[in-house]
Design a protein. Sequence first.
Length: 84
Amino acid sequence: MQIRRFYSPELSLTSQQIVLSESESLHVLRVLRLRPGDKMLLMNGKGLMAEAELSEASNRKQAVCRVSQVSSALVPDRRLVLYV
């Protein structure tokens, strides 16, 4: 099974626990039906990625993730711009 990726804008280098937004929690808990202990990757959209596991699913509406390792993605030295 592949590790799923989820958006979490509040992810930082010091994060230890993250509560996913309502829409992400809905996707995690009801659509994908992940259970506590399942692994995932969290991304903040600014270059940080974290390995995490679902630790708690309160009332099937709020997903709480325990962060195990946070890493920073390398910024490319070139920028690509596409014009259509």
